[in-house]
Write a protein that binds this ligand. Structure first.
Ligand code: GLU
Length: 471
């Protein structure tokens, strides 16, 4: 027995940069394919000539690669169903228009946008859902010819079969039922000759052998049209699953402030790909297990049964948590590159590893790392207000004793603290806080023992001395 290879796809329209919403769609399709040992296809839906731009194609390829969502067929790598950009598939579509023409399932429509708008308005006013009135469906061959001779550029409309229920089981939303009479005849080729979304998208899914299609809920009402088309063309339909949209904390559409950000913006802010993947994989999808997962684990636990029907609420705190986890799991070389020049200027190669180990639990973004690099390695330490207060409270003698204890024990943290405790009679928070404040200028931050080991002895002495003089 042979079973069909599972195939999923991401089919973006390159009219802008990838945002969290479409990245999540890409991720879910990629995870589904990986889970089923299938193939993940990337197809560029660039039929809208005005809004599609090559730079957006380049950006999305780069973004997907950065995320680690590699495709097994698609742009740059090719595959058995090439080409993978719809703008290059005109000849293929032509063949399928012809089939529909031969079967008289389509007709040229000469209605102008203004006429169509007027008709929709009239239907709405009469309390009817707007659908194509069928004007051009009834033209005789002679009438069509006359219009063509006048140089009118028709669209091509699909003759929706009347009185037909369209039923399918959505992978997320369960059984769906639409009536073809509510749909009306719809355009499959624009007047400029380019294919309409419904057509190119459905034909390509069939020809490219898609078995499952996960896409945004905004496409749910397109599905009956696409199923009617595939039926007319005798092409196989994939299983569709429509993903609940991502909404803001208030349940409304995502705002810019609330995460309607492009992947480029998130990347520029220092988000690591794993943080986004871990977060997005749980945005509208449920895993049995909590906590950090590698891509392979995310795929292993992915199931369409775990996709939610309720809108998925964006939660920045969760994303930030994912980011902290990503930083915790990244190998040092990677973090070093990620930290960038603002850190590299302060930290010498010999201190690199120790610096990363020291600050790792306390940073989420490169700016956080730069903050600590500057705090630890700048010759002039600026004390925060809290630090100044803590230092004053401890008094000069505390730091004179700290200098003496450091002279005896150096960066050996436990013995040093023990000695300081003996010398001053101070313990607990009252001992650690002034030390931390004097050494870092802050009253919070990375582990003190590590800081002590990381700071050059000269800097430790100088900072303790400065604190002893602070009054
Ligand atoms: N190009 C369409 C979009 O970006 C694809 C929809 C689909 O996945 O079928 O919305």
């Amino acid at each position: 027995m042979t079973t069909q290879t599972m195939k999923t796809r991401f089919a973006p329209s390159p009219t802008g940069y990838l945002h969290l919403g479409n990245v999540r769609t890409a991720l879910f399709n990629a995870l589904l394919a990986r889970h089923g040992n299938g193939r993940f296809v990337l197809r560029i839906e660039d039929t809208d000539q005005e809004r599609s731009r090559p730079e957006y194609v380049a950006a999305l390829l780069e973004d997907l690669r950065w995320l680690g969502l590699d495709w097994q067929e698609g742009p740059e790598i090719g595959g058995p169903c090439a080409p993978y950009a719809q703008s290059e598939r005109a000849a293929i579509y032509a063949e399928y228009y012809q089939r529909l023409e031969a079967a008289e399932q389509v007709y040229p429509c000469f209605c102008t946008p203004a006429e169509l708008a007027l008709s929709r308005k009239a239907q709405r006013a009469a309390g009817r859902p707007p659908r194509y009135a069928g004007t051009c469906a009834r033209l005789s061959a002679a009438e069509r010819q006359a219009r063509l001779e006048r140089g009118l550029q028709p669209t091509l409309r699909f003759r929706t079969p009347p009185g037909k229920p369209v039923e399918f089981t959505d992978l997320v939303r369960g059984p769906q039922r639409f009536a073809s009479d509510d749909i009306g005849d719809f355009i499959i080729r624009r007047a400029d000759g380019t294919p309409q979304f419904f057509f190119a998208n459905a034909v390509d899914d069939a020809l490219m052998g898609m078995t499952q299609v996960l896409r945004g809920e905004d496409h749910l009402t397109n599905t009956p049209r696409q199923l009617l088309l595939l039926d007319a063309l005798e092409l196989p339909a994939p299983e569709y699953g429509h993903l609940a949209l991502i909404v803001g904390a208030d349940g409304g559409p995502l705002s810019k402030r609330e995460g309607d950000l492009s992947l480029r913006e998130l990347r520029a802010a220092g988000y690591l790909p794993e943080a986004l993947l871990n977060y997005l994989a749980r945005l509208g999808h449920h895993y049995a297990q909590d906590g950090w997962m590698e891509l392979a684990e995310l795929a292993a636990g992915f199931a369409t049964e775990h996709l939610g029907r309720a809108p998925a609420r964006y939660d920045e705190a969760q994303l930030l948590h994912g980011q902290a986890e990503a930083v915790r799991h990244a190998v040092p070389e990677r973090l070093w590159t990620w930290m960038g020049a603002a850190v590299h200027q302060w930290v010498s190669p010999v201190q690199r590893e120790e610096f990363i180990a020291t600050v790792r639990p306390n940073i989420r973004f490169p700016v956080d790392a730069a903050f600590w690099a500057e705090r630890l390695f700048s010759a002039d330490l600026t004390l925060s207000e809290d630090s100044q207060a803590v230092i004053l409270q401890a008094g000069p003698e505390f730091f004179i004793q700290a200098l003496a204890a450091y002279a005896e024990h150096g960066a050996a943290y436990q013995p040093l603290v023990e000695a300081l405790k003996q010398r001053t009679g101070v313990k607990g928070k009252n001992l650690f806080m002034p030390l931390r404040a004097a050494l870092t200028g802050e009253t919070h931050g990375p582990e003190l023992a590590r800081i002590l080991a990381l700071l050059p002895p000269e800097a430790v002495r100088q900072r303790l001395e400065a604190a002893s003089l602070h009054s």
